[in-house]
Design a protein around this ligand. Structure first.
Ligand code: C5J
Length: 221
């Protein structure tokens, strides 16, 4: 049975069995003080408004049996999967791999790298560890989604113009229909948030669709 979600630039039809919720990089390193986001000079409070809407959609997705995937950006402790160009970027006093207030910055296994407690994944929900901004680069995400016959991705997470956008663009090129949940994605830059969402749905939905968490909840519950 197909369901309709109200979205822009037009409603999207999807089936529960071939849809997934993907939450991108809702990690302490981006959302909490002392993490990578703050070390880059950002105000993390701007991202924290996404937590409650993400919690609601995660809860609804769990209750309605939607497939759920989480992602985390980060690197192996020996940094062998981190390009030198990324490590040098920003000339940070404390950067990727260095010791910060929540352990080594953006390193797998460290406290800062993990997903915030409000959105802790359940054991049956895959957590994709990715070394890049896009969740399809150097990961098993595409294989996992195809094995589940997933066609539609409802997308939340941070940051809108970086890892969310890169992932949506990669997904779009692979044939997935992406519906970005406007209040479940956040940016350190209000202008990038606004334009990032505009870009998704422009030109007839060049990268996908945009709806609110309320629209999503209306469609799945
Ligand atoms: C960034 C991300 N902003 N998850 N990563 O560096 O968007």
């Amino acid at each position: 049975m197909y369901r309709k979600v109200e979205a822009e630039p037009e409603p999207v039809w999807f089936s529960m069995g071939s849809a997934a919720l993907i939450l991108i990089d809702m990690q302490r390193d981006f959302l909490e003080a002392g993490g990578f986001g703050e070390l880059l000079g950002n105000d993390v409070s701007l991202l924290r408004s996404t937590i409650e809407p993400c919690r609601s959609v995660l809860e609804a997705a769990r209750q309605s049996g939607l497939f759920i995937v989480h992602t985390r950006e980060g690197h192996m402790p020996d940094l062998s999967d981190a390009p030198e160009s990324k490590l040098k970027r920003g000339n940070l006093e404390v950067g990727i791999g260095d010791q910060g207030p929540m352990g080594r910055v953006l390193i797998r296994g460290e406290k800062g790298h993990d997903i915030i407690s409000e959105l802790r994944p359940k054991p049956e929900e895959p957590v994709i560890d990715k070394p890049g901004k896009g969740a399809f680069f150097a990961t098993d995400l595409d294989l996992i989604l195809r094995n589940k016959n997933i066609e539609t991705l409802f997308v939340g997470g941070v940051t809108t113009e970086v890892c969310v956008h890169t992932t949506v663009r990669q997904a779009n090129d692979r044939g997935y229909e992406c519906v970005v949940l406007s209040d479940c994605v956040g940016s350190y830059f209000p202008e990038f948030q606004r334009v990032g969402l505009e870009m998704i749905k422009a030109q007839g939905g060049i990268f996908g669709w945009v709806c609110s968490s309320r629209d999503f909840l209306n469609a799945v519950t």
